[in-house]
Design a protein. Sequence first.
Length: 260
Amino acid sequence: MNNLGIVFLSVIPLKESPSHKSETISQVLFGETCIILEDKDEWTKVQLVHDDYTGWILTSQWISIDIKNTKNLKLNRLNFGTAIFNNQKIFIPLGGYIWQNDIDDEFLSQYKFSEDINCLNEDTLYYPDDFIKTAESFLEAPYLWGGKTILGIDCSGLTQSVYKANGIQLPRDAYQQAELGRSIPFDKLKTADLAFFKNEKGRITHIGIIHSIVNGQVNIIHGSGRVKIDRLDEKGIIDLDQIDSITYSHHLAFIKRIIE
């Protein structure tokens, strides 16, 4: 059996174990590829190619793909692009992949993609403002544990998706992302830096993106209840939804810079 698969639906759950009742630990987006590890009943254990994340997906939601065809995959940077398959419209979320119509696969070649999809060009240089514009496209998206799209996303899903759309692949979880980059003092931070937050035990449990710095005031975009912009100081995130008092929703651990 070909050990490489590709997802052909808009977005599917990645489960912790092979059960519908199992926790959704992440999502797999249209066109994302995976290494097939194991089959069990109606489930397949996979390792995602782009970030090595491992979990279970329904066997009926992926098909085999020849490795030569993966060279034709192009990252979608638009919320949402569309494809037509069997006269049905399929939404392609930001972070999913499209392919050339002449791809050498009988099933995949039936997909016809809209011409306005904005694909990542590997030859293009992206700047901090591009990261911020991508992050802003998720504003007001509801918080969803394991989510990676505008219909529902978690804090590390937001940072991973924003960076992925601009050519930088991050790991899936906040504590994994915290291992990358170099530490930055608070008074030296810049837009698109990543801010990490800890719980009472010192574990990294939250992450956000430095959105802007205006007259010395630092703003952060993050997923907490929904994707929103709050204020950040050296203690942590000031929840701007609490208008009657200064309330810290998350306690700052450190700041990392991924793009120089």
